[in-house]
Design a protein around this ligand. Sequence first.
Ligand code: ZN
Ligand code: ZN
Length: 229
Amino acid sequence: VGIDLEDVRLAVMRQYAAGILPSTASLAADLATDATTTDPTTVDAAAVDVALAELHEQRHVVLRDGEIVMAHPFASIPLGFSVMGRSTLWWGGCAWDSFAIPHLLPDEPDVLVATRCPGCDAPLAWVVGREAPPAGDEVAHFLVPTAHIWDDVVHTCGNQRLFCGSACVDRWLAATGNDRGDVFDLATLWRLARGWYAGRLDRGYVRREPVAAREYFASVGLSGPFWGL
Ligand SMILES: [Zn+2]
Ligand SMILES: [Zn+2]
């Protein structure tokens, strides 16, 4: 046994969870000491990069120019959101990813999610926890339909945003020349985020493919062809 792919995936997720932006070097160091299945004598930068390329193919991580930029719900690049926990600050990925973080991390029962409305630049923030959706009249707008989420997933996540209300969505659509995607309320976003990434920090995780998740989307209150429904 050389490098075990699941060891690498878990090392990525655990580093992100701890607020570390994973790199080839940080993962190689981690795998040489903390891996379960991996033979530590087989760990070097080249072997880690081969494993990361395979995880990218399997959509567990997103690489750009050989560097990890995302492993949902975490990101190494700004996509519009920050997420502040008790002792850790994350780039929150998209609206969906940011709302998912307290559901995924046992030690973070609630977090402060902050962004700017793309329509009017107003600062927006919510305390997002596990028990109930945050209060507020703001709305989520997702630009890219589920069938195309993985065409360019960084673009997709970068356009899953929160707005003051539908007037700000309309203003942003007019300013950017984009067609309307789907608009829904904070409670629906919270339900969408709640179970989506369940198990991602555990060994043996099987990821959900958005195009195969119609039942889940319907169960959280989403509908229409945007979601494959
Ligand atoms: Zn606004
Ligand atoms: Zn996202």
